[in-house]
Design a protein around this ligand. Structure first.
Ligand code: ZN
Length: 219
């Protein structure tokens, strides 16, 4: 009783571990985690007009415009907002989207996972993905038990096409320009929580849980 309902978003640069932390938080708090990718996929599979718009942008390697993304989120809000709360990852991705989200539902925790560009590059360059089950390993931090192969299903591990240094750096520039200003936006609202992403997964999770507890979010 008296437990605060979590209505949270999670953001940080690629490679900061937000997907993993999101999953851990979702399990710990028993709340659904929604990634923007899941929302897009669901919309595309449902063959809606919004879905086909997204599909066009994705096919051209572009980000869907804010209006489209906001419209999709608004439509799926009912599925997202559960009694216990929710956790969003990948949406919002800029201040305009954050403002749109605010008009629909109040965010009471914005988790910002920070890592340096150098750390992000190092992590992404060492990433290897299973061609079959898409599990992700890291040559140093989380090596597969089977050299060169997926420890879960035995299929080969490959370096993803977009895990190239020039592409990673371009994406980091875009992140600093587009997404990072959300930190100031949420700080002004008094809901920003910053954690250090440059530490092993369990330590990062520990820091997150400890800081959340101080704010009254207890699993
Ligand atoms: Zn696999």
């Amino acid at each position: 009783m008296g437990r605060k309902r979590l209505q949270a978003i999670l953001f940080g640069p690629q490679g900061c571990g937000k997907g993993t932390q999101g999953q851990l938080l979702s399990d710990r708090f028993g709340i659904p985690l929604f990634g923007s990718g899941d929302m897009f996929r669901a919309e595309i599979e449902a063959n809606t007009p919004l879905g086909s718009l997204v599909k066009e942008y994705v096919a051209r390697g572009m980000l869907a415009p804010d209006e489209v993304v906001n419209a999709i989120f608004k439509k799926r809000l009912k599925e997202i907002v559960s009694e216990k709360g929710f956790l969003l990852e990948g949406y919002p991705r800029n201040v305009d989207q954050a403002e749109s989200l605010d008009r629909l539902v109040k965010i009471n925790l914005a988790i910002h996972i920070k890592i340096s560009d150098e750390e992000a590059v190092k992590r992404l360059m060492g990433r290897r993905q299973c061609v079959f089950c898409r599990s992700i390993f890291h040559i140093e931090e989380a090596p597969s038990a089977l050299p060169g192969r997926c420890a879960l299903c035995g299929h080969p591990l490959i370096k993803r096409e977009d895990d190239r240094e020039d592409i990673i750096r371009q994406r980091l520039v875009a992140y600093h320009f587009m997404t990072e200003p959300m930190a100031a936006y949420y700080r002004k609202q008094g809901v920003l929580l910053v954690v250090n992403g440059a530490q092993p997964i369990p330590f990062l999770f520990e820091e997150l849980i400890r800081k959340m507890a101080r704010l009254g979010f207890v699993a």
